[in-house]
Design a protein. Structure first.
Ligand code: HEC
Length: 576
């Protein structure tokens, strides 16, 4: 299938290696532009009543008859947009008329344990309603369809062994690669070594060498002989069949089927949109984890534009981990593997590279996250010295502040992951290893520490609401937490799905709280009043969700997310 992108790349201007430091001279390094041709959203065709579905039918299989909770996706030929709906209890799916323009569509499904009976299923949507019933067969390759949470439910092992897998192996690729491998214990030891050379920004389809591999800094895999033996006892090293039952999660039911998911392909098939953020004008800005690229999706026209600013440090990958918008809507991005961050000016379309002052930080410093204050100062995290730097872009002034009070530093381990600013410019760091929130007072520089009620909670990314309450993904404890920065009080909610492992949590203005993670392919929405969770399944295995975002500017909040391992940006809209 043809993806109609027009590539229009300007020749690079200027040298690539003169940008670091505190220079504020804007410098354009490269520009990429893609235009996705075609209109996506139809007006309701003449001859069809509004509200009538453009395409509908029943999904069934011989094993179950009509099947509820099946995701049905339709992608128009030569378009970058895929629309997904879910069958109700009676097996019926329905695409609203205003979502499918007339044309030819490729149909896909997600229902664990099943494949389309007709793999290459195409339908034509025309002026009047199209009806297509869809037949499913039992799959011959269930392992390829399991999410990481389903693997973790299925495999034998102690909680500790499973936790090791869930924290050491799932972020670069899915556990399917691990379990379907044939390594014996010796083979695993060699493989662990190979894994530890990959940068955390790698994906299975995109290995990125870690520049720190020889510095004993990155040791994600921490594999030892015990773990090698454990993996050799559960993978396919001794035969073609698993010696345990492959358990699957129930398909979506009830309200969880009432949703429309819209996915936009990014122009590069190996894009890794780690962070995707909506701005006031409805544009979606994203950064690429593995490459120094910032992109913008216009959901109304389907135009995607990307700008590249390669690594300012030779030998170090330039990928951006985090993206935040300043008050003018300009994206600020952090380099994942080095001391460097950048502002992208959306008017001039130029990057300005910055870094923490070298004489104040370690040569090993990586500035992976930043937070923007209401008056557009920037907090930048230094992961090595337990510091955060307060940076004024107008004066170029940096102020290093200790992230932890002295008594906390004495009780390792600690490691700040995501950071946020409150309405007064105070900084908060999510201490993933220490299980607490570390606060720096903007005026006095005083550090205060607030342990989470749950032990070993692993707070990871956060959002802050208009009442200065932090919403936190407690990755290890499988909880969502709220921390009231004004009272120092926490509230925690258990996530109902095992191994959901919330990476990030974002509040919507209607009182719903959204969250996503890497292991389940579920996006969840918690109703704050009732405490009820809805869990919406994404259309693909190994979505690999990182930052989540809620666009609160319109009449109804809209949820946006980057599919880090699927090179797509997705919008999730519950129907009720
Ligand atoms: C920092 C990123 C990263 C982490 C963490 C990681 N991997 Fe990988 N893995 C990769 C990449 C990139 C590839 C593809 C290139 C390759 O095969 O080395 C891969 C491929 C694999 C493969 C398939 C290729 C083969 O050799 O059969 C297996 C199996 C595997 N990894 C096991 C593991 C296990 C087990 C863990 C956790 C202990 C793990 N990986 C953690 C990056 C990672």
């Amino acid at each position: 299938m043809n993806r109609s992108f027009v590539e229009n790349r300007e020749p690079p201007s200027g040298s690539k290696d003169s940008a670091p430091g505190m220079s504020l001279n804007a410098k354009k390094i490269g520009l990429r532009l893609w235009l996705a041709l075609g209109l996506f959203f139809a007006v309701v065709p003449a001859g069809m009543a509004a509200g009538q579905p453009a395409l509908t039918g029943i999904v069934s299989s011989d094993a179950e008859g009509p099947m509820g909770g099946v995701l049905v996706s339709a992608k128009r030929m030569n378009s970058i947009v895929t629309i997904t709906v879910v069958t109700g209890k009676d097996g019926r799916y329905a695409f609203p008329a205003d979502r499918l323009a007339p044309g030819d569509y490729q149909i896909g499904i997600r229902a664990v344990g099943y494949d389309l009976a007709t793999p290459d299923l195409k339908v034509t949507v025309g002026g009047k309603q199209s009806k297509t019933d869809i037949k499913l067969n039992k799959t011959k390759n269930l392992p390829a369809q399991l999410s990481d949470a389903e693997w973790l439910m299925s495999i034998p092992g102690t909680p500790k062994q499973k936790e090791w897998l869930s924290t050491s192996c799932v972020f670069c690729h899915s556990l399917t690669h691990v379990l379907t491998s044939k390594y014996d214990a010796e083979g695993w030891l060699t493989t662990f070594n190979r894994m530890s050379n990959w940068s955390g920004s790698s994906a299975f389809f995109k290995p990125v060498l870690s520049p720190w591999a020889n510095h004993e800094m990155i040791s994600f895999t921490k594999g030892d002989e015990e773990q090698a033996k454990y993996l050799a006892s559960i993978n396919l090293s001794t035969g073609p069949e698993f010696k345990f039952e492959l358990k699957t999660m129930p398909r979506p039911q009830g309200d969880d089927t009432k949703v429309i998911i819209t996915e936009y392909d990014l122009p590069r098939h190996d894009a890794e949109p780690h962070d995707a953020v909506s701005d006031k004008d409805g544009m979606i800005w994203y950064c690429d984890f593995a490459e120094g690229i910032v992109g913008r999706l216009n959901p109304k026209t389907g135009e995607v534009k990307e700008w590249e600013d390669p690594s300012p440090r030779p030998g170090f990958p330039g990928g951006f981990q985090a993206l935040e918008l300043d008050s003018q809507g300009n994206p600020w991005v952090t380099r994942h593997e080095l001391n460097g961050f950048a502002k992208f000016d959306k008017k001039t379309e130029k990057f300005t590279n910055m870094s923490l002052p070298e004489n104040q930080v370690s040569p090993k410093t990586r500035t992976t996250f930043l937070a923007i204050t209401p008056d557009d100062k920037v907090w930048v995290k230094d992961n090595v010295d337990f510091k955060a730097f307060w940076f004024d872009p107008h004066t170029g002034r940096y102020l290093g502040r200790n992230q932890y009070p002295d008594d906390v530093v004495k009780t390792p381990p600690h490691n700040i992951y995501g950071i946020r600013s409150d309405s007064k410019g105070n900084e908060y760091g999510a201490d993933i290893d220490g299980s607490g929130i570390a606060r720096i007072d903007a005026e006095t520089g005083k550090a205060t520490y607030y342990p989470t009620p749950a032990p070993n909670s692993g707070p990871r990314r956060m959002h802050i609401d208009s009442d200065d309450r932090l919403w936190i993904g407690e990755y290890y404890a499988n909880k969502i937490a709220r921390f009231d920065t004004r009272t120092g009080q926490y509230h925690e909610w258990d996530h109902p799905v095992n191994w959901f492992s919330p990476y990030d949590v974002a509040p919507a203005k209607d009182g719903n709280i959204w969250a996503g993670g890497m292991s389940t392919d579920l996006i969840s929405r918690m109703n704050l009043k009732t405490g009820k969770f809805n869990n919406y399944l994404m259309p693909r295995v190994d979505t690999n969700v990182r930052r989540v975002d809620v666009d609160n500017t319109g009449a109804r909040p809209v949820f946006w997310v980057g599919e880090n391992h699927q090179s797509k940006i997705a919008k999730v809209e519950p129907l009720e």
